[in-house]
Design a protein around this ligand. Structure first.
Ligand code: KG4
Length: 338
């Protein structure tokens, strides 16, 4: 079964084509990050306009790269939640038009489910059930993946997502947007024990997370140093920051896996690209004899292949949308309208 999928939930426009879920025939991505860097974050209106400018061309080049014709497409899939509403609507409307004109089913896909499916592409042997952490710019979720379309949220961030926190810390340190990779580079050679940054715990919710206190702590350290005219050890601050994020994520995920008796752990989403976090997860998983699945860097960030892959399993579960399909800025991973 050949699925063409559209992803436009934030500042990446992506079109991918897969065969039977996990075989990627084409994976076209246009990142607008440079256009938003000027403003220090994503400007929703600019994102929507740029999706409109490139989406049709990307679909054309995906077909060309995949070596398939429009008639070969069995279904069209699209990210419909969560994300920036205007940005999502561009993809949803393009997908509707394409599905209607080709006379094929339209499959709505939850963006965070897509991030998880990145590991299905990277590891053909991976099948539910397992424990998953999805950490991106908009979400930090620990989920019990009971089936391809059956999820139970174990914990989530109560405030900022981990990626958002990386981006805000980067901004106050004068680094470009998106801040995750520049923060990682800055942390090289830094002392990760130099700054005692908070690792928030939430009473009675062992798997929930909070990153806003960490963000505020970094902002205060930078402002204090500026006010006192002191030179700041930025590399050590970045390294201490990454350690605090990692210390928030890794023990929770390992404890959730132990509680559920899972030997397999999936970590995906943009922040899963972080070298410190990956290393800490690898060590923790090895120490407990658990199998860790993290996608290659290319599949960590937003892409169309992960949406096309998840769409295949949604399709098998009978998920279809009609022309009434709408976009939603927020939606939990365990909810679906279809
Ligand atoms: O998954 P993604 O592309 O978009 C969302 O669905 O949100 O994630 C983007 C986020 C940004 O916050 C970015 O700073 C972060 O992932 N990120 C990283 C790294 N690479 C990207 N965070 C930490 N370390 C990295 N190497």
């Amino acid at each position: 079964m050949i699925i063409l999928a559209i992803e436009s939930s934030c500042d990446e426009t992506a079109v991918a084509i897969t065969r039977n879920g996990r075989e990627v025939l084409a994976d076209e991505i246009f990142s607008q990050a440079d256009m938003h860097a000027l403003y220090g974050g994503v400007v929703p209106e600019i994102a929507s306009r740029n999706h409109i400018n490139v989406i049709s061309r990307l679909a054309g080049s995906a077909l060309e790269k995949a070596g398939v014709s429009r008639e070969d497409i069995d279904a069209v899939a699209v990210t419909y939640a969560p994300g920036l509403i205007g940005a999502l609507l561009v993809g949803v409307n393009f997908a509707k038009g394409l599905a209607l004109s080709l006379g094929v089913p339209l499959i709505p896909v939850h963006h965070i489910r897509g991030h998880l499916a990145a590991n299905y592409i990277a590891y053909p042997e991976l099948e539910p059930p397992f424990l998953a952490l999805i950490v991106s710019g908009g979400n930090s979720i620990i989920a019990d993946v009971r089936g391809y379309t059956d999820f139970r949220i174990m914990g989530a961030s109560r405030d900022d997502a981990a990626g958002e926190c990386f981006d805000k810390a980067a901004r106050v340190l004068g680094l470009p947007y998106p801040g995750g990779k520049p923060m990682q580079d800055l942390a090289e050679g830094g002392d990760d024990t130099k700054f005692a940054l908070p690792r928030a715990k939430i009473e009675d919710a062992p798997y929930d997370m909070s990153f806003s206190g960490l963000k505020t702590a970094v902002v205060n350290i930078v402002h204090n140093a500026e006010q006192k005219g002191e030179e700041l050890d930025r590399a050590s601050l970045a390294a201490s920051f990454a350690a605090a994020v990692s210390d928030t994520l890794v023990p929770r995920v390992m404890a959730a896996a132990r509680e559920l008796g899972y030997d397999r752990i999936s970590v995906s989403g943009g922040v899963a690209a972080n070298s410190r976090i990956r290393r800490d997860f690898e060590r923790a998983a090895a120490a407990e004899g658990k199998q860790l699945f993290t996608p290659p860097l290319r599949l960590c960030g937003d892409n169309g292949a992960m949406i096309a892959c998840q769409a295949y399993y949604e399709y098998l579960a009978g998920v279809r949308a009609g022309m009434e399909l709408n976009a939603y800025a927020t939606m939990d991973i365990d909810k679906t309208l279809y």
